[in-house]
Design a protein around this ligand. Structure first.
Ligand code: PMP
Length: 428
């Protein structure tokens, strides 16, 4: 493995990092397990893309049979595209009824921004601090996590305006009742923008604060923001790339948790279970206005293969009750993590819902000092105990727990025992 890692580091751009200083070489995946070249298996607590699990035979068979039958692009007319877009439109809340198909979350976000700028004719996009929305010029411009780029806040282009991160646990205002304070700050932002002659094209945010580790937004936050943005003629974009598709257990869409309907939804990751799929779902009038400026085409977006895989993922989720499993196993896991929080001072907070959970590690519970180095050490120790998990957030001190939705109670317990063991070792 060392020689192979060296070859990887020689040819693959170093900025595309790998987990762990000495990573296991992964050879196989099965359900929520990954198996290395020594036959060691790990519970995969991090893979939010492989929603229905690794190595799913139904996906392998769908891909094989579609490849041998037909794969082409969306300028041709074929049934898979119609069935998949109808299915997505059915899942989306009213009045969102029109679908664009692309290949990734970044592309979906980029397209959503273009739709909003075109529809409104306005010039400014509001995004929350500490968020991540993708890597293209536009998606990167609205991503401001200082953990990823320490100069993020100073280097945003003119068309981006960052608003306070609505983090109800460690943000400027705390608690689920803190929305009015964040909204009052937003009023100030909007006034400043208007004073500068700037107009709001869109507000974009994840409906659950993913990059911070799955922190729920303050109650009523999105409803308040959407109302203010819409009253200025802007559109509201929900970046559901990470948190949707049943991962939250009780909710298929993250926006359900906040009781709002956006104007534009972006999705990806879970849609293809690892096959590159992304989509934008919006209202017909927004899509029509975009069409006035010329056609849109993505060579592989919406291919028969992609649509077939997308349909199969949704079939598996339904047939195997994976959203329900996310709710049940997620509740069990969260309760276990909260119990660890009662015993170990290192655990400052437990976030999230369903199988999108976060464990904030702090060295001081009073002032919430991030335990960044300890978080990294815990992840290394968990690897030795057969669990793969990694830290997130601006301080890289939140264990981000987002396994395949087929996670079993037994594997959740394996993870809880391993974490208990590591926390015990670290605090004695
Ligand atoms: N939006 C969010 C919220 C994301 O988490 C990500 C990926 N981490 C993206 C957009 C970009 O998606 P992709 O990596 O598929 O381009």
């Amino acid at each position: 493995p060392a020689a192979l890692l060296q070859r990887r580091d020689t040819v693959f751009a170093r900025v595309q990092e790998h987990y762990y200083a000495a990573p296991p070489q992964i050879e196989r995946g099965w359900k929520h397990h990954l198996i290395d070249t020594h036959g060691q298996s790990y519970v995969d607590m991090i893979n939010n893309v492989t929603t229905v699990g690794h190595g799913h035979p139904r996906i392998a068979e769908a891909a094989r049979s579609q490849w041998s039958l037909l794969n082409t692009n969306s300028r041709f007319h074929y049934e898979e595209l119609v069935r998949f877009t109808e299915r997505l439109a059915e899942l989306a809340p009213d009045p969102l009824d029109t679908v664009f198909l692309v290949n990734s979350g970044t592309e979906a976000v980029d397209l959503a921004l273009r739709l909003a700028l075109t529809h409104t004719g306005h010039d400014t996009v509001l995004a929350v601090r500490e968020a991540y929305h993708g890597w293209s010029m536009a998606a990167d411009a609205i991503s401001s996590s200082v953990a990823d780029n320490p100069r993020a806040l100073e280097t945003r282009p003119d068309w981006v305006h960052l608003v306070e991160a609505p983090n109800a646990v460690r943000g400027k205002y705390r608690g689920l009742q803190s929305a009015p304070h964040y909204l009052s700050d937003l009023d100030g932002d909007l006034q400043t923008l208007a004073g500068d002659g700037r107009t709001v094209a869109a507000f974009i945010a994840e409906p659950v604060f993913g990059n911070a580790g799955g922190v729920l937004l303050p109650d009523g936050y999105l409803a308040g923001v959407y109302e203010k943005v819409r009253s200025r003629g802007g559109l509201c974009i929900a970046d559901e790339v990470q948190v949707s598709y049943g991962r939250l257990g009780q909710y298929f869409w993250g926006t359900e948790q906040q009781n709002v309907v956006p104007d534009i939804i972006t999705i990806a990751k879970a849609m293809g279970n690892g096959h590159p799929l992304g989509a934008v779902i919006t209202r017909r009038d927004i899509a029509e206005r975009f069409a006035d400026d010329g056609p849109f085409f993505s060579s592989a977006g919406g291919s028969p293969l992609s649509c077939r895989i997308g349909l199969t993922v949704l079939d598996i989720m339904r047939d195997e009750g994976l959203q329900q499993n996310a709710e049940a196993v997620g509740r069990h896991l969260k309760r276990g993590l909260e119990r660890l929080g009662e015993r170990f001072d290192l655990v400052g907070a437990v976030y999230g819902t369903g199988l999108y959970l976060g464990v904030e590690l702090v060295s001081d519970r009073e002032d919430f000092t991030p335990a960044t180095a300890v978080a990294a050490m815990i992840c290394d120790e968990l690897l030795l105990r057969g669990c793969i998990v990694q830290p997130t957030g601006d301080f890289k001190n939140v264990l981000k727990i987002k396994p395949p939705l087929c996670l079993s109670v037994a594997s959740a317990d394996h993870f809880l025992l391993a974490l208990e063991d590591v926390l015990g070792v670290l605090t004695t």
